[in-house]
Design a protein around this ligand. Structure first.
Ligand code: NZQ
Ligand code: ZN
Length: 393
């Protein structure tokens, strides 16, 4: 296991009706004038926004609002949020929504306390040292941004989708009420499940030896998703299944299961160009991306893939043919994704084969990139072209 530091200071309030305590948590963590940031309207329709406002009012906390965050959040609204926070002297941001709303909130939080252009953090020109404190009320189990130090934003000029990271971006508190996810369309629930499973795979694909504790934790979380995913798709109101998925989503990405080991993230990087260009759900893009990436790289460590196949997918280990075992596990994963309603081909995603050179160019040479992707396996532009072509099928 490698040396590591792990700082995860987020306070979690989990369970039914916990959103009604939002005001007292904002107060506890030092907020007095809040920006409530939200998305395209699901929190208005469900009545959640009204309950949150009431909770702030009851705690005597002033607030301003900024809605309109789109899935795959854009830089334009981040600039607007930064201006608003500076003008109104906001001292706390409350994200009410999914990963897109939380990521946009994180970008605004860092950008408000920075003299330059906030995009410097996302293009790798500058590191995030300070940010306004944020709290979250999560409405979809997926991105894990409620516990992570990460934020992913798309810059409209060039449609570059890039991530930035910093421990100061970890939320001060996150409110996780699984019942809030019951209004999700089945497709979004499935995309969330896929994203959570991707975060686990990106950590499982490591070049670090002797990491049994995190290997086993990742396997346990993947097994949970295999069990609970179909239950929640069959019965969207299954609170217990949603509760297990919601906590698994947080665990998958606050990095407790990724410490002390190298990680991959090539599937995420390859996917981000798809959701930037076609505006598909990030999880749906990953469902198309992961099986092809895994089939492209599995020979790098066949035993790791064979282990995953036996421990998570129940494939019988064939010691005479580890490759067969590994590939069967990948096939089973792909079939699982299909069974919960995810796309598995380029076309289903609305992606076009003729766009592949453009995708590869953005991926390998766009903002902040040097021609290669670094992860479990180093991938060149040629490798990425082959992987995108495999997704066409
Ligand atoms: O905008 P509204 O109206 O709220 O609708 C949203 C949106 O259309 C809807 N939704 C969310 N909760 C709902 C609901 N609809 C009904 N009922 C509810 N309870 O779902 C749609 C998707 O929301 P979004 O926030 O985009 O989903 P998700 O949480 O999957 O976030 C995706 C973004 O997170 C990034 C992705 O790249 C993508 O941009 N990621 C962020 C990470 C991080 N910060 O650590 C890591 C991830 O790997 C990921 O890259
Ligand atoms: Zn993800």
């Amino acid at each position: 296991m490698n040396n590591f530091t792990f700082y995860s200071p987020t306070f979690f309030a989990f369970g039914k009706d916990t959103e009604n305590e939002a005001g007292s948590y904002v107060k506890q963590f030092g907020g007095s004038k809040v920006l409530i940031h939200y998305g395209g309207g699901s929190v208005v329709r469900s009545g959640l926004l009204d309950r949150v406002k009431r909770s702030l009012e009851n705690a005597g906390i002033e607030y301003r609002e900024l809605g309109g965050v789109k899935p795959n959040p854009r830089s334009g609204l981040v600039y607007e949020g930064i201006d608003l926070c500076k003008k109104e002297k906001i001292d706390f941001i409350l994200a009410v929504g999914g990963g897109s709303v939380i990521d946009s909130s994180k970008a605004i939080a860092a950008g408000t306390l920075y003299d330059g252009d906030f995009w410097d953090f996302y293009s790798g020109k500058s590191r995030i040292e300070k940010a306004l404190p944020i709290g979250t009320i999560l409405t979809i189990a997926a991105a894990g941004s409620e516990g992570s130090p990460d934020s992913v934003i798309t810059k409209e000029e060039g449609m570059f989708k890039r991530g930035a990271s910093g421990n100061v971006l970890r939320p001060k508190f996150s409110i996780l009420n699984p019942a809030l996810t019951q209004t999700l369309p089945a497709y979004q629930t499935a995309a969330g499940i896929t994203d959570i499973m991707a975060h686990l795979h990106e950590r499982y694909l490591t070049n670090t030896k002797e990491v049994e504790v995190t290997d086993r934790l990742i396997e346990a979380l993947l097994l949970t998703m295999v069990h609970e995913g179909p239950r929640v798709i069959a019965d969207p109101n299954n609170y217990e299944a949603r509760a297990n998925i919601m906590w698994a989503g947080m665990m998958a990405h606050n990095n407790a299961v990724g410490v002390g080991r190298s990680q991959d993230w090539n599937s995420h990087n390859i996917e981000h160009e798809l959701s930037a260009l076609y505006d598909c759900a990030h999880g749906a893009g990953l469902a198309v991306t992961m099986p092809s990436v895994f089939r492209y790289v599995y020979k790098h460590d066949v035993m790791r893939f064979a282990k995953l196949a036996t421990r998570v997918w129940g494939v019988q280990m064939d010691f005479d043919d580890l490759e067969r075992t590994a590939l069967e596990g990948i096939d089973m994963f792909e079939r699982f994704l299909k069974s919960i309603g995810m796309p598995t081909t380029f076309g289903e995603l609305g992606a076009k084969e003729e766009d592949i050179p453009k995708l590869v160019d953005m991926l390998c040479y766009g903002d902040g990139r040097d021609g290669n992707l670094y992860g479990f396996v180093k991938l060149s532009a040629e490798d990425c072209t082959r992987i995108y072509k495999m997704m066409v099928k």
